[in-house]
Design a binder for this molecule. Sequence first.
Ligand code: TRP
Length: 360
Amino acid sequence: MTTATTATNATTPTTSTTPSVATTATFTADPAGHRVLTGDRPTGPLHLGHYFGTLHNRVQLQNQGVEMFVVIADYQVITDRDIADRLAEHTENLVLDYLAAGLDPDRATIFAHSAVPVLNQLLLPFLSLVSVAELNRNPTVKDEIAHSRQSAVNGLMFTYPAHQAADILFCKANLVPVGQDQLPHLEVARTIARRFNERYPHADGGTVFPTPRALLSDAPLLLGTDGGKMSKSRGNSVPLGATEDETARIIRGARTDADRRINYDPANRPEVSSLVLLAALCQDRAPEEIAEELGDGGAAALKRTVTDSVNEYLRPLRARRAELAADRGHLRQVLRDGAERANAVADATLDEVRKVMGAI
Ligand code: TRP
């Protein structure tokens, strides 16, 4: 019975049956049993943090045969700014970064939020399943609000995690490759899935939604060149599509410290360690080994090593990117094809949602 439901029901904790974080073994054992959804906001070009945090992972999942949906979250751009600046350009450039990194549009469904209206409609029932207090406590939303360009928090920012739940659940994804900072959002999606299933079971007792799990990247968090969180819109990162000279300039400007001895100690020397880590990821070696080699070389030698490692690592990706960039029509076609597939999936899910809710 749903008639007597109150706001307190919505906050009733439900016990989790699956751990919230998956491991690589989870999907290698059963690629066909997994559907991945992940995405990005089109606020600027993707950078190295995205690459090692999730993009690299997505490509591996795709290549292992896991079905994948990638949302370009255009409606979510206006959570923390008034105007979605150069939206079409940023959206196409995301497609460009994805394809250059190795996502294959024949295997991965790449689409924009605004091109799949039915996905957004799921937000309405979903919002009824979370309390205002729960939305208020979300640490990632708090951080994003702290960095927002707006003086007041708008309602879309506040409901962001529920919208993200719609992104994930519209296609019944059960695996979400994310960075650590997105875990609180995923928890909201899991809560919404569980509560929806409890409140609206199928007549035969079956449930509509899976409880999605996070797939954390093995890579520890890279910091921005200012020592803060690396972010597209904070200008503190190396874009994948940057030139080699731009890359050198950005890395030269990175914050370090005065100690000439280079070591890998993320807890006590976060900025230097993040640079060491970046070189290590590019060279596919242990950060301790890189630090050892640099010895007493100081920040200048560290930055030279990082720059060379990054430029070398990204060279093939950047060459592909330049080729793809010459054909904007192809990028738009990828988005149209993706939207068509995503719309079909969204329609089927909304039909099911309406049916269990009795909204026919
Ligand atoms: N919020 C994510 C970001 O800013 C992008 C995103 C939108 C997303 N919807 C998603 C990520 C669903 C994972 C799942 O990076």
